[in-house]
Design a protein around this ligand. Structure first.
Ligand SMILES: Cc1cc2nc3c(=O)[nH]c(=O)nc-3n(C[C@H](O)[C@H](O)[C@H](O)COP(=O)(O)OP(=O)(O)OC[C@H]3O[C@@H](n4cnc5c(N)ncnc54)[C@H](O)[C@@H]3O)c2cc1C
Ligand code: FES
Length: 265
């Protein structure tokens, strides 16, 4: 269990679009250990303010350079402080944390479904899947084009990319799940992976179950410790007998088998 916060130097902090940032850290140990789908707790300052770290997914893992990167959206105090960082600053980091995605070796084609900033943990997954020679399709949805970031990196890896926006400002008008239904009608993938807002994940899980396609989803909950002790991040899961049990998103997750999650509300 990782419980030791360390400090890492900021290599780069870039605003990609208003409200969306990429942060690159020199963190060779984390780069060595990290797997797609894992996350880190980040403390934007060297002081104790804010007291709690903020969970952010690993977006880039470069073992050779000893660097990790994060893609985030500013929503409150912690992420606003992260956005102020400059190259050469030091920040607190803890990780890699949690259980990441499992690569399915028997799937020839896989589909990745991303909602908004949920695209972040899917990039290292896409890289690992492409490395295994798989056909990878990214289906990316957001409310409007201003909220679509990071998709070019998937195209650069050789993934097929389809986009949907609710207001029709880019790509197909509609939801990422509309793209998923269209994609499944054309070609059945061996596996689906998804990250995004809960209603999208629930809908993706239902589509995957109806179609009999294995699916893993990355869940988000507000977190305290990030490593399993505060019980601040529980979700509901089925045990082996189908009975409801609690699981910690930071420890048993954030990635879960979609058919094991119980959705309340
Ligand atoms: C495992 C995990 C991975 C994540 N990866 C990323 C990522 O790669 N990029 C990214 O932009 N965000 C990611 N998040 C969400 C990110 O942790 C929150 O946006 C961040 O903690 C908000 O901190 P804040 O101080 O800026 O906002 P706060 O002031 O704490 O909150 C502002 C608003 O954001 C909401 N919020 C806070 N924490 C969460 C959370 N954990 N999930 C959903 N909503 C939240 C609050 O309810 C509130 O409405 C991830 C969350 C988890 C649990
Ligand atoms: S955040 Fe503390 S147990 Fe998950």
């Amino acid at each position: 269990m990782k419980t030791g916060k360390v400090f890492a130097e900021v290599k780069e902090s870039i605003c990609l679009k208003p409200g969306f940032y990429r942060l690159v850290l020199k963190a060779s140990q984390m780069a060595k250990e990290a797997k797609p789908g894992q996350f880190a707790m980040l403390w934007p300052t060297k002081s104790q303010e804010p007291l709690l770290g903020r969970p952010i997914s690993l977006h880039g893992i470069d073992q050779k350079k000893g660097e990790v990167s994060f893609l985030y959206q500013t929503v409150g105090r912690g992420t606003a402080l992260l956005a102020n960082l400059e190259a050469g600053n030091e920040i607190g980091i803890l990780g890699p944390l949690g259980n990441g995605f499992t690569l399915q070796s028997n799937a020839k084609k896989v589909v990745l479904v991303a909602g908004g900033i949920g695209i972040a943990p899917l990039l290292p997954l896409a890289a690992a899947l492409k490395n295994e020679g798989k056909k990878v399709e990214l289906l990316f949805g957001a409310a409007k084009c201003d909220f679509l970031v990071g998709m070019d990196a998937f195209a650069d890896l050789g993934c097929a990319v389809a986009v949907a926006t609710v207001d029709g400002s880019l790509g197909q008008k509609g939801l990422a799940t509309d793209l998923l239904k269209d994609s499944l009608a054309k070609e059945r993938p061996g596996h689906i992976y998804a990250c995004g807002p809960k209603p999208m994940l629930k809908a993706v899980a239902e589509i995957a179950t109806e179609s009999g396609i294995p699916c893993q989803i990355s869940l988000e909950e507000r977190m305290g410790c990030g490593f399993g002790v505060c019980m601040g991040c529980v979700c509901h899961q089925k045990d082996e007998n189908g009975k409801e049990k609690l699981a910690r998103v930071c420890k048993e997750g954030p990635v879960f088998e979609a058919d094991e999650v119980i959705w309340h509300g």
